[in-house]
Design a binder for this molecule. Structure first.
Ligand code: URA
Ligand code: CA
Length: 438
């Protein structure tokens, strides 16, 4: 087999066999197939697409390109969740303890963030003492003992995807459904989940800007799951405005603690209830969606989810007193407010712009090596559908000490994220569609 012949085959619209795809991915991972040939193949896939079998073979080849995590020592059905990016998405921090408190074991591997805000590990870092890197043995043992552990994704998980993603990033081949779907699913499969719940975001703050492409991506991932024997369900959820009120690491942890303490009934809460319900169904703890939702609401209201979060923070070395006293979380040097300049309904708060403001305030990384200020970010007091009067506080910006000089420009930018309407604005349901629900 020669790489060049396979590139030509895909270029001309042919269908690659499992052997051909494995040959290509193995060669690329080991370095025998150089980046320029992989780049050409990625571009051929970008233009020609892939049949559903090819996409599954690509997923499996990347999933098996490095270490695969064996979660079989943990009893029960291990259900993982993945969100396709988004702004102010604190769902993992809430879902993991919530679902674990309902009896579904959660063995979560997660990453650090790039771009608008931090990843789940960055957020957890804002809890003093928290250890986000567990060795494989402690990781498994902690799930066996308390039902929940979260750790950084090992560098050797799906290395083919890591290498290919970096190449796609610089060859304009990110925006391809088979490449995105196989990238996401390969990591979930390598991480050992029996079943997978996907939260595919749609809207200005998301990877997928429109419903049709999000739906296609979701269907493609659900199909891959079916073909490789992992039950997979996808939810399309709105990401026009940030999901929660908080955007930024410590601010999001605070919001997560508030929801885990039984408060806050906005979009973030509703999406968590939905995703938890599906995870409970896939984990065979709930027979139907409504039953799962009821279990989830109950464990937020009765304190069991919060209790699980406390056990988890304690087990990973964190200062558990922040759960009762979130004021102990790191705080920003400067907090500046953004006021409304009119009497009006809020029509939208553009998620992408809010994410950019949070990043410029110090909350995100532009490059992988950048450090972040865990305290920095944005807190939205007003979101879509709310009525505001001139002079009302719309939002706060929490600034790093070294970003003080950006204050005026960030206030202006954040105000520009808001659009207003004279007429009343309806709040849309956060869930657009469910795909693959049993
Ligand atoms: N996220 C991923 O993990 N992979 C992609 O290709 C796109 C988004
Ligand atoms: Ca830490």
């Amino acid at each position: 087999m020669r790489a060049v012949d396979l590139i030509a085959k895909k270029r001309d619209g042919g269908e690659l066999s499992q052997q051909e795809i494995e040959f290509f991915i193995q060669g690329f991972t080991s370095g025998e197939i150089p980046d320029y040939q992989m780049a050409a193949m990625a571009m051929a896939i970008f233009f020609r697409g892939m049949k559903s079998d090819e996409t599954s073979y690509l997923t499996l080849a990347m999933a098996h390109s490095g270490e695969t995590v064996d979660l079989s020592p943990i009893q029960g059905i291990k259900v993982d969740k993945h969100s396709t990016g988004g702004v102010g998405d604190t769902t993992t921090l809430i879902l993991a303890p919530l679902v674990a408190s309902c009896g579904v074991p959660v063995a979560k591997m997660t990453g650090r963030g790039l771009g608008h805000t931090g990843g789940t590990l960055d957020k957890l870092d804002s809890i003093p003492g928290f250890r986000g890197e567990l060795d494989r043995k402690s990781f498994i043992e902690q799930v066996q003992k308390i039902g929940l552990a979260v750790t950084g994704q090992s560098g050797d998980l799906a290395p083919a995807d890591k290498k290919l993603y970096a190449l796609r990033d610089v060859t304009a081949t990110i925006e391809s459904i088979p490449l995105i779907a196989s990238s996401v699913m390969s990591k979930k499969i390598a991480a050992g989940a029996d079943a997978i719940v996907l939260d595919v975001k749609v809207g200005s703050g998301a990877f997928m800007k429109d419903k049709d492409s999000a739906e296609l991506l979701a269907k493609t991932m659900v199909q891959i799951g079916e073909k490789v024997g992992r039950r997979t369900v996808a939810v399309l959820s709105r990401m026009d405005q940030p999901l929660g009120n908080a955007v930024g690491n410590a601010l999001e942890v605070r919001e997560a603690i508030s929801i885990l303490s039984g408060k806050n009934h906005g979009d973030l809460y509703n999406l968590c209830i939905e995703l938890a319900a599906i995870m409970l169904m896939l984990g065979q703890k709930a027979a139907a969606l409504e039953e799962g939702k009821e279990m989830a609401r109950e464990n937020l209201a009765n304190g069991k989810a919060k209790e699980m979060f406390q056990k988890f923070v304690l087990a990973q070395g964190g200062d558990v007193s922040v759960v009762e006293d979130p004021d102990k979380l790191v705080k920003a040097e400067y907090v500046v407010e953004v006021e409304s300049n009119q009497d009006s309904y809020v029509a939208n708060v553009d998620a992408l712009t809010v994410g950019q403001v949070a990043m410029l305030a110090g909350a995100g990384r532009a490059k992988k090596e950048d450090s972040i200020d865990l305290a920095a970010g944005v807190y939205l007091h007003k979101k879509r559908g709310e009525f505001v009067k001139k002079g009302d506080i719309l939002a706060e910006i929490h600034l790093s000490a070294d970003k003080k000089q950006e204050e005026d420009s960030l206030q202006k930018k954040l105000l520009s994220a808001y659009s207003f309407s004279e007429e009343e604005v309806k709040k849309d349901d956060i869930i657009i569609e469910r795909i693959g629900l049993p």
